[in-house]
Ligand binder design. Structure first.
Ligand code: HEM
Ligand code: HEM
Length: 218
């Protein structure tokens, strides 16, 4: 019985297996978030309006034309705008993915739910130091997922607030919404980095096969 201490190791009692649905969800989300971040990266570096103003002017002058800074700005703006538009569309995909993760949580049995796993681990009474530290680590990882989902929700809500900026409530709070959206991105990057380092470290040390279990369910 898992709720009480046993001689078995914590990790064998709490070995996580993931359903096909969440494995698919995980890798589609990974690809979609990566696409979104790449678009942000390009839009904020190579394709900024400021960075391309003089390039547009120079190119037109070299071909014998003339262009005012205002006209050059309109051209440079189009490139940046295209990337932000794409980011917005990918963002709708992310909102859908977050919603499907919520549906999965509700549809899952108690044991499969993230909330169920946390409750079960909290109720577990460790017998020795090893079980205690495994339990603390397991809970840290699972609370990490809760934090990630909360950050994801903030990005989705503020992203929708930016996408529908004409709605009066979003319009009057535009600055705040944009600030939250652009600040929380860094927390997301930090989480993703720690997550990837964490699972790779686990896979090469005491949790061999954890990454392939997220692929083949094993
Ligand atoms: C991990 C996810 C995301 C990251 C890292 C991210 C990052 C960013 C960043 C850095 C900006 C520029 C903010 C500024 O300079 O004011 C931005 C703008 C924006 N984001 Fe996101 N975002 C994410 C998810 C989303 C989602 C889910 C949506 C939902 C539709 C969304 C929609 C938008 C919109 C509409 C803008 C304004 C674009 C414009 O200026 O025209 N984003 N995002
Ligand atoms: C954008 C990048 C990524 C995001 C946002 C992300 C997000 C997540 C989330 C939310 C979970 C928990 C699922 C749940 O139980 O509800 C998870 C689990 C997992 N992810 Fe990722 N992931 C990313 C990239 C990766 C990569 C690149 C790898 C492999 C190298 C990976 C390997 C895993 C593994 C092995 C688990 C299960 C760990 C466990 O049993 O606790 N993830 N990921």
């Amino acid at each position: 019985m898992v709720g009480t201490a046993t001689h078995q190791s914590f990790s064998s009692l709490f070995k996580t297996t993931y359903s096909l649905a969440i494995r698919l969800w995980h890798w589609i989300t990974f690809l979609t978030i990566t696409a979104s971040i790449i678009l942000v990266l390009f839009a904020s570096t190579v394709f900024t309006i400021k960075g391309n103003l003089s390039m547009v002017q120079e190119q037109i002058q070299q071909k014998g034309g003339t262009v005012t800074p205002d006209q050059a700005r309109a051209v440079a703006h189009e490139y940046s705008d295209k990337l932000w538009m794409l980011h917005k569309y990918v963002g709708y995909g992310l909102c859908f993915l977050l919603l499907s993760r919520m549906v999965l949580e509700v549809a899952y049995s108690k044991q499969q739910r993230l909330a169920g796993k946390i409750k079960k681990a909290l109720a577990f009474q460790s017998l020795n130091q090893e079980q205690k530290s495994d339990q603390a680590h397991y809970l840290l990882v699972k609370w990490g997922y809760v934090i990630f989902y909360s950050l994801f929700l903030i990005m989705a809500l503020t992203g929708l607030g930016l996408a529908y900026e004409d709605v009066p409530f979003f319009k009057s709070n535009h600055k705040l919404i944009a600030n939250v959206h652009s600040f929380v991105q860094y927390l997301i990057y930090f989480y993703i980095l720690s997550h990837i380092v964490g699972v790779i470290k686990a896979d090469v040390t005491n949790n061999k096969g954890i990454v392939s279990s997220m692929i083949n369910g094993g």
